[in-house]
Design a protein around this ligand. Structure first.
Ligand SMILES: C[S@@+](CC[C@H](N)C(=O)[O-])C[C@H]1O[C@@H](n2cnc3c(N)ncnc32)[C@H](O)[C@@H]1O
Length: 223
């Protein structure tokens, strides 16, 4: 189920324009292959929101076909993007798409499990070999958001923004009976725990938005 009224969403996305023809085709390719990617309304929000904060280093967990990382590269022209993908097929398609758009020097695709790669990035950061990230986009296995977040925050720069997608999980989070086949019980429980956790932290500013499939914006109040 859509988390918002479908007619309202249809109206909002009627104003959507792809960034360029190539991005429009990449969205079509991902959708035709049933590869999830940021929804149009999420992309529209990012277009206005993200350029407000200069992000030089972007980290993404969950590359899929590379749509969002390529979009970040266009949207934030000063940025370098590191993106992590677990699936062999999606990793290869993403690498090809990034190469075709001439962005291999701006986007590094790491093939691996987000949790393991985050540990490696933390080790590198602690050894002084990696700069912190200004924007971290978590868009992969929903049952691991708590783990991804706790690791990701160790990699944040002073004014970093962490954005998590698909937070409301097609509204299962507010009405478990929608999950008729009971496939998402564990993910929903874990996502609830994650949301309780971030909202209980006084050192975080947290906004839960009913945009796309639910978007969570988290900013640390670092001194
Ligand atoms: C929602 S899609 C990402 C969409 C992409 N961010 C976009 O908007 O174009 C989620 C991706 O995360 C990948 N994934 C799932 N579990 C993962 C993990 N533990 N580590 C890294 N990637 C993972 C999936 O294979 C899938 O390609």
């Amino acid at each position: 189920m859509n988390i918002t009224n479908e007619k309202v969403t249809d109206y909002i996305v009627s104003f959507y324009q792809p960034w360029n023809d190539t991005m429009g085709k990449l969205r079509e390719q991902s959708e035709a292959d049933q590869i999830p990617l940021i929804l149009k309304e999420t992309e529209m929000l990012f277009r206005t929101l993200l350029p407000l904060r200069p992000a030089h280093r972007v980290l993404e967990i969950g590359t899929a076909y590379g749509y969002s990382s390529i979009f970040f590269a266009h949207l934030l022209p000063e940025s370098h993007i590191t993106t992590v993908e677990l699936s062999d097929t999606n990793y290869q398609v993403a690498v090809d798409n990034i190469w075709e758009q001439g962005l291999t020097d701006r986007i590094q695709v790491i093939h691996g499990d987000g949790s393991v790669v985050l540990d490696e990035l933390i080790q590198n950061a602690e050894a002084g070999n990696t700069e912190p990230f200004d924007l971290i986009f978590i868009d992969a296995a929903k049952s691991h958001y708590m783990e991804f977040f706790k690791k990701a925050e160790k990699l944040c720069s002073k004014n970093a923004l962490i954005v998590c997608d698909n937070i409301l999980m097609k509204a299962f989070l507010v009405d478990l009976s929608l999950d008729r086949k009971r496939r998402h019980r564990t993910s929903v429980k874990r996502m609830n725990e994650f949301l309780e956790y971030v909202h209980s932290r006084n050192d975080l500013e947290v906004s839960l938005l009913s945009c796309g499939d639910g978007l969570l914006l988290i900013k640390e109040n670092k001194k």
